[in-house]
Design a protein around this ligand. Structure first.
Ligand SMILES: Cc1ncc(COP(=O)(O)O)c(C=O)c1O
Length: 387
């Protein structure tokens, strides 16, 4: 029996696997503290839930147009103008089943066998495997000291004639950095001299605590002809399970992403479209209280780590993760992957290993958890690392 070589090169999502194991252990009665998954721990606002129920009752239960109905795409275009100062025609916007599906279809639309895509570690878990599934090669730039975007010289040293695209994510999962306007302009000027597609994953936009989120396209409008902005409802509106993501892209690419969706998931449900319109129109003020709670948790987590001492981590300016450098604590050649496994088995702690993000030797802890869970978890982790 033979299988697709491309798909054989794809590994299942390690964060989802870790989460599944943690959930299984909890079901067996173990008191597992789960920091593995990238999901807000607060609920979708009732305004949004109520609109979905109303819409369901009104019969919005049939297929909708592939790529999103006009009302939803208009709400996204209005959001991009209001929040990001970016003007898009609704035909440049495609809605899919999560940013994950949108990214997958974008890679499938852009990449040919052997094309290279530059990723800077640490990066979100699915980019590399989606690129492989599209037949292309993820070219991974290792995590630099300080954990932010590598210098232009380093990026240049990974560029080849096969480079087709560059993907980045700010606010960053898992490192929590937010690129400044100056960093964006410097990066944008460099990219404007390259014939590459640029994919900007802005899904943590609303979780920008210490610096404003600026889209690279706003900082460098000259990139417009090959710029793909990816965002979604999951993180911004605590709508992970609803599966709504979108991109804004040059019209030819948008048409291809939409065409692929018409042959895969077809569309998102109408009642979810209607609920998403309500959320997008309300925008950040709808989420301000919950997002402020996240900021307080971030502060609590950082203070707790400082108080306990010994932790080395990247200061998280945004998103909701702590990316902890455990390279000095790993003993006898143990990998962070093995350590993460041991944390679950011995300490009932689910914390994702850096290997999932192209950065072995690190751990990613999601601080979207209650204060008590967070304090208990960080104490257990301290014990596991330092005693
Ligand atoms: C950086 C990043 N991009 C994209 C996604 C995908 O989000 P969704 O498919 O739920 O819209 C995630 C989810 O964890 C993420 O962390």
């Amino acid at each position: 029996m033979t299988f697709s070589k491309r798909i054989l090169s794809v590994k299942p999502s390690p964060t989802l696997a870790l989460n599944a194991k943690a959930v299984q252990m909890s079901k067996q009665g173990k008191k597992v503290l789960n920091f593995a998954i990238g999901e807000p721990d607060y609920l979708t606002p009732s305004l949004v839930v109520d609109r979905a129920i109303e819409s369901l009752k009104a019969g919005r239960t049939r297929y909708t147009p592939s790529g999103g109905g006009p009302e939803l795409r208009q709400a996204i275009a209005d959001k991009l103008m209001r929040d990001n100062g970016l003007s898009f025609d609704i035909n440049q916007i495609v809605v899919g089943a999560g940013a994950k599906e949108i990214l997958f279809h974008t890679f499938m639309s852009l990449l040919n066998d052997g094309d290279e895509v530059i990723l800077t570690a640490p990066f979100w878990v699915s980019y590399a495997d989606q690129i492989r599934a599209a037949g292309a090669v993820p070219v991974i730039i290792p995590i630099p000291d300080g954990g932010r975007m590598p210098s232009l010289e380093v990026i240049e040293s990974y560029a080849t004639p096969k480079t087709k695209a560059f993907i980045f994510n700010s606010p960053n999962n898992p490192a929590g950095y937010i690129l400044t306007e100056l960093e964006l302009k410097t990066l944008g000027t460099y990219l404007s001299n390259k014939p590459w597609w640029i994919i900007a994953d802005e899904i943590y936009e609303y979780m920008s605590f210490d610096a404003p989120h600026i889209s690279l396209l706003k900082a460098c409008p000259e990139l417009r002809d090959r710029f793909v902005l990816v965002n979604g409802m999951s993180k911004a509106f605590a709508m992970t399970g609803w599966r709504v993501g979108y991109c804004a892209a040059p019209i030819e690419l948008a048409a291809m992403v939409k065409s692929l969706q018409s042959h895969s998931s077809t569309c998102i449900p109408g009642f979810i479209e209607d609920a998403s319109v309500v959320a997008l129109k309300a925008g950040l003020p709808l989420m301000e209280k919950d997002i402020n709670t996240l900021r307080i948790r971030r502060d609590l987590a950082v203070q707790t780590m400082k108080k306990l001492g010994g932790f080395k981590y990247l200061y998280p300016q945004g998103a909701y993760y702590l990316f902890i450098d455990i390279r000095s604590q790993l003993k006898n050649g143990e990998s962070s992957l093995a350590f993460s496994d041991r944390l679950l088995e011995q300490f009932n702690l689910a914390i994702a290993p850096g290997e999932a993000f192209g950065a072995p030797g690190f751990l990613r802890l999601s601080y979207a958890a209650s204060n008590a869970t967070l304090l208990d978890g960080i104490e257990r982790l301290h014990k596991a690392l330092f005693t």
